[in-house]
Design a protein around this ligand. Structure first.
Ligand code: ATP
Ligand code: MG
Length: 236
């Protein structure tokens, strides 16, 4: 197992945001956690990334307990996150943003090769490479945010609601790129999404999160066929 999250609890003061959630990802899988606003999706990713560690429970990566290590150490061992709402450095160029994704790894990785491989996945970024990130469109910023996480060649990519704010065509395009990276390069991906239709379509399995607990899990097909999922997320 590549990543195992075991019974984590996260509270912000009196607010219990995540209450005993467990899930796992095998190497090479693409899976989804779906849930509505406030279900605890970002809280889970922030716990896995070490931005806000859980008060209880364990996070195991490649057999190592990482529950209490720093976020930058997790990044260095191959865990990367595309944060909610495409956080890029607004006053840096596209190229400079990509360089920040290689922070601490520049001696270990072929920098220009990694950056040009991102340009081949996201051609628009090459066209815009000298442009300041705050002048990119929302969709372009999402692509830059994904590329910044991917440039270090991580083992697992955590993606927080990449579909948010994108028009349907762009959602399909971005999910298509992630699916291709998974199929062709074996990249392990965890999508966290409200957009159940688009995310389950590219996933093999999924978990449904409801107010901080895992209400359901199963294959993507089982979830799409589930009457509760249909009612809440698929609108029928
Ligand atoms: N820093 C914080 N301080 C206090 N409460 C917080 C904090 N961050 C999140 N919460 C609360 O924790 C709960 C889960 O929030 P979280 O951001 O994980 O949800 P989410 O599933 O990512 O929602 P969304 O789809 O809207 O992004 C919410 O009730 C939220 O108000
Ligand atoms: Mg969120």
């Amino acid at each position: 197992m590549l990543l195992e999250v075991n019974n984590i609890h996260v509270s912000y003061g009196d607010i219990q945001a995540v209450c005993g959630v467990s899930f796992h990802i095998e190497k090479g899988e693409l899976i989804s956690i779906i849930g509505a606003n406030g279900a605890g999706k970002s809280t889970i990713l922030n716990a896995v990334m070490g931005i806000f560690p859980p008060q209880q429970g364990k996070i195991i990566f490649k057999g190592q307990d990482i529950t209490n290590i720093f976020s930058h150490q997790r990044a260095r061992i191959g865990i990367r996150m595309v944060p909610e709402r495409a956080r890029v450095f607004p006053r840096l160029t596209v190229y400079e943003n990509l360089l920040t994704g290689l922070y601490g790894l520049r001696n270990k990785l072929p920098v220009e090769e990694r950056i040009s491989s991102m340009y081949s996945v996201f051609p628009i970024l090459e066209e815009r490479k000298n442009q300041l990130a705050n002048t990119l469109s929302g969709g372009e910023q999402q692509q830059l945010s994904i590329a910044r996480a991917l440039v270090s060649n991580p083992e697992v990519l955590l993606v927080d609601e990449v579909s948010m704010g994108l028009m349907p065509k762009l959602v399909d395009q971005v999910f298509g790129i992630l699916e291709q990276l998974n199929k062709e390069q074996g990249l392990t991906i965890l999508l966290v999404e409200q957009n159940a239709v688009a995310s389950l379509a590219v996933s093999s399995r999924g978990y449904v999160l409801e107010t901080g607990t895992c209400a359901l899990q199963g294959s993507a097909q089982e979830l799409m066929d589930n009457s509760r999922v249909k009612e809440v997320y698929l609108g029928h």
